[in-house]
Each structure stands twice: as C-alpha cells, then as structure tokens.
Write a protein that binds this ligand. Structure first.
Ligand SMILES: [Zn+2]
Length: 516
C-alpha cells in the first residue's frame, strides 16, 4: 500500500486514544493487565523506519516552501503563508512522535524485562528483605541518616549488578537506531525533531546554575536543617528523598480537604469541575488503583480523566494540582484543532500549566485563602526544594548532552555523571544511577523550559489580577483562551505570542533565590 500522510495521521490519533485509555483503565484499577503490546502491534506501521524517513522528507519539503521568501513574492503562490508554518509544525510534531515510537519499539522487549525485574528484585538489609521498588518510599520515611545511606547503597548495588546491563543494552540500541536513521547522534536526532538546540539549552542552564551558586546554600540550609537535621555541606544523596518528603508539613494539608480544595480553586477561576462533562474526576477507591494522581487523555478535549488516590499530605496535594493543570489544559483545548496540536507538540507547554497549578499549593495567598493555613514553612520548603531540583536538572541536561552526543565514550560516563550531578547539587553523587536517571527523548528539556515558562505565566497573572489571581474569573478566562490552543505552538512561540517575552532562565534564578 502506498504511504499516505493523512492515513498516518488518522492511525496515529487512534493509537493515542487506545494507548491512553488502556493506561487509564489499568492505572485507575478498572482492569489488571495492560494491552500495550497488542496495541503497538496493531499500529506497527506508525513506528517503522520508513515512517520516520517519510515524515522527515515531507518536513524538509515543507521547510523549503516556508523559509524561501520567493514563495511570498511569487504572485502564483496564493496560499496563506501561515498555512505553511502550520503544516511545518504539524510535521515536526509528527516527526517527533514517529521517532519516539520507533526508538520505543526497538527497546520494548528490554523495557518489559526491566519492569519485570524491578517488580521482583529484593534488597537484603541486615535480617530484612525489602522490595526494590519500595526502597525509596521507606528511605523517604526513615529518620535515621545512616539507615537511609544503607538503603540507598543496597539499592544501587542491585541496580548496578542486575538492571544496568539491560539499561546499557537499551541505550546502545537507541543510539544505533538514530545513526541508522541518518542523524549523527541521538542528541542531533532530538535537537532536529524538537527544532531545539539542546546543546545551547544546556549552556543556558549552566549560566542559570552559576547565577544561583552564591544563594544556594543560604536558601536550602535552613530547610535541610529542619527536615534532615544537617546543612548542605554534610548532606548525602540518600538524604534528599527525606528532604523532599517534608513530613513536617503534612498537617497543613488535610486529606479530607484535598478534592474540595481543588474544586474551590477551579471555581475561583470560573471552572466548575462538576459541569465539565469531558473531564472525568475519578475519586473512587479501588484495590489496584495507582497511589499517585494522574491525568489521562484518550481523546483531547472530549475524554480526559483526572484520577486521584484517596490519600492526602503535601506531596499528594502538589501532585493532584499538577495533574489538574494537565487535565484543564487538555480539557480546554479547541476540538477543531488538528490532531497534532491536540495530542502531540511541545510538552513544555502542558507541563508549564501543571507547574502553575502545582505552585499554588506553595503560594502564601492560596494557602491562607483555601486552607486557612499559616504558610511560611511550606513556602520556604517549596522554594528550597525547587532550587535543588532545578540545579539537579541543569546538571542532568549537561550530562545527557554528553551521554547522547556523537562518539560519547560510554566507559567514561558513570564518572562524568557523578561529577556533573555532584557539582550541580553540591553533594557526593553515586555513579550507579548513570543510566536509570535518564528519561527518554530529552524530556529533561521540557521540564526545565516548563519551569521557566511557569514563572512567566505567574508573573503575567499576578501583574494583571494580583497575587490572588486564582480567585479571579478573568484570570480563568485568560488561561482558558491560552489553553484552547492545546500545543499548537511550542513554548517559545506561545510565550512570545501571549506576552511578547522570551524564556529567561535568569528570571527563574531570581524567582528561586529572592525572598518574596
Ligand atoms: Zn506533568
């Protein structure tokens, strides 16, 4: 059968629907197993090498038309020039989708073996046996720093011995696939399909990290003292999960107020969760339901699920509001947009709105107004945690650019990983997680840009509607008008179109280091 772009688009949309619904039904506890394997098989044509090549060719053909100024001065070229931009964007998003799926298909068997192993491996500590996947949870709740260090080193030993050989095989497979597809490296492949210079982005984040160097320890030390009883200079990586956990803040976030707090917040923005037939709020407890809130989007905007666990605490509030940001963004997307703009695109955009709503749970005005809480402690902790996270991610992108670059020396990478992460976070960093710590497809770049983009949305909303913007119907209207565009534009273009500004990591640096 001849290769046809329109057929491809229809099949891709169907694939997204089937896969997202399957994940929803499984993770929400409606059914035990996943049918991912069968769904991929049915749609195998989406992720062949030919598909990636054909979309790449179409994209290059399209760029020629939009970039050449002759098209606009040519009196016989009657199409609206912006149509060319739209088509270029659609093909770019489709190219990224096809590449991601192709690389996923090459490693799916390995991923399944990894998941199976992770689910069955155990750590032996003294006389105790602990499931591998439970170790970080136990570590976050462990008050004794020596015991936390023991747990982490036992986990790292198992990771290195049992899982890293598979991780390494997977890395080599995706690197080889990018070369076969004609790119010089995995890094170049992703810079191309994202139309984003990832090397330059890593450079900008190095500047961000430098700009926060002086304020780093003074910002995090008081919070580290409060949560783990020691300053940055004495910290080990095994203490970080305990610091992020911040158990002392749980009492500020009552379990029975969690769903009500979300409803009330959205109502303040003019969004009635009950009256949104397309956003299904799934609060029912089921035995096999995921313990973390999540959002699933089989059909954007018509079928969006916001699933939450029946528990609470600070982290669950933050996760619920994060996922609600995704749900409202996708749920408000214009149904007439092309498939690529509803389901694909630059995930920086949806992550920025997830961070915006998540950030409310650490905003003084929100805490006071919605939870009636004296909030200083939560705000200070959130700022310190965000700074640690961002410095960690800034180091991560520098590392991933090296790891995935042409001719990377994989033998040298575990040391390089420990060096870069150790410098960035300011603690001695173990080498063993050099592969497990890497998300596929440079997702790290989405998170980093989303954090910077969130600062811009918050600034815009605060300037126009005040610090309590979350209780302004007009703020809600503005957000819904931006959300209606789905992911038609990438982060940079959407920000420029909405505010006339550009992403600025220095503004993010001052947002994190200057007390409000
Ligand atoms: Zn997210």
């Amino acid at each position: 059968m001849a290769w046809d772009l329109d057929v491809y688009r229809r099949d891709a949309e169907l694939f997204c629907e089937e896969i997202d619904r399957d994940y929803y039904l499984h993770l929400a506890g409606h059914k035990p197993g996943l049918e991912v394997e069968a769904i991929y098989e049915r749609h195998a044509a989406l992720f062949t090498r030919e598909a990636v090549d054909r979309i790449g060719e179409a994209r290059r053909g399209c760029e020629g038309v939009t970039r050449g100024c002759s098209a606009r001065s040519n009196p016989f070229y009657e199409a609206d020039p912006s149509d060319g931009d739209e088509e270029e964007r659609r093909l770019r998003y489709l190219h990224q989708f096809a590449l991601g799926g192709h690389l996923g298909a090459r490693t799916r068997t390995l991923e399944a073996r990894l998941a199976e192993l992770e689910a069955t491996l155990e750590l032996e500590i003294e006389a105790e046996t602990i499931p591998y996947r439970m170790a970080p949870v136990i570590q976050a709740n462990e008050p004794d720093p020596e015991r936390r260090a023991e747990l982490e080193s036992a986990r790292n030993a198992v990771l290195d011995k049992r899982l890293n050989p598979l991780h390494r095989e997977g890395l080599e497979a995706v690197h080889a696939a990018c070369l076969e597809l004609g790119w010089p490296s995995y890094l170049d492949a992703h810079s191309d399909v994202r139309a984003l210079d990832l090397r330059a982005l890593a450079g900008r984040l190095e500047e961000f990290a430098r700009a926060t160097d002086v304020e780093y320890a003074p910002t995090v030390d008081p919070e580290l003292e409060r949560t783990v009883g020691m300053p940055l200079a004495e910290l080990r990586r095994s203490d970080l999960v305990r610091f992020f956990r911040a158990a002392h803040l749980d009492s500020l976030f009552p379990t029975d107020r969690m769903v009500g707090a979300l409803r009330e917040t959205l109502l303040g923005l003019g969004i009635d969760l009950e009256a949104q037939p397309n956003v299904v709020l799934d609060t029912e407890p089921r035995p096999t339901k995921s313990p973390r809130a999540f959002c699933s989007t089989p059909r954007v905007p018509d079928e969006v699920y916001l699933v939450l666990p029946p528990i609470g605490g600070r982290e669950d509030y933050a996760t619920l509001f994060h996922e609600a940001g995704h749900a409202e963004h996708y749920g408000s997307t214009d149904a007439t947009l092309e498939f690529e703009f509803r389901h694909l695109g630059d995930n920086t955009v949806t992550e920025s709105f997830a961070f915006l709503l998540e950030g409310l749970t650490a905003s003084p005005e929100w805490l006071e107004k919605i939870l009636g809480a004296e909030a200083e402690a939560a705000i200070e902790h959130a700022r310190a945690a965000r700074l640690v996270f961002l410095r960690r991610y800034s180091a991560k992108i520098a590392y991933e650019v090296e790891l995935h670059g042409a001719n990377a020396d994989l033998e040298a990478m575990p040391d390089r990983y420990a060096e870069l992460l150790g410098e960035g976070v300011g603690v001695e960093w173990p080498r063993e997680t050099w592969l497990a710590d890497v998300d596929s497809g440079f997702y790290v770049a989405c998170y980093l840009r989303a954090w910077a983009l969130e600062v811009e949305w918050r600034r815009e909303l605060t300037e126009r509607f005040g610090a309590a913007w979350f209780s302004s119907g007009e703020a809600g209207e503005l957000l819904r008008s931006i959300w209606s565009q789905g992911q038609r534009l990438d982060a940079e273009d959407l920000l420029a179109e909405t505010t006339g500004r550009s992403l600025d990591f220095m503004r993010l640096a001052s947002d994190l280091t200057t007390a409000v």
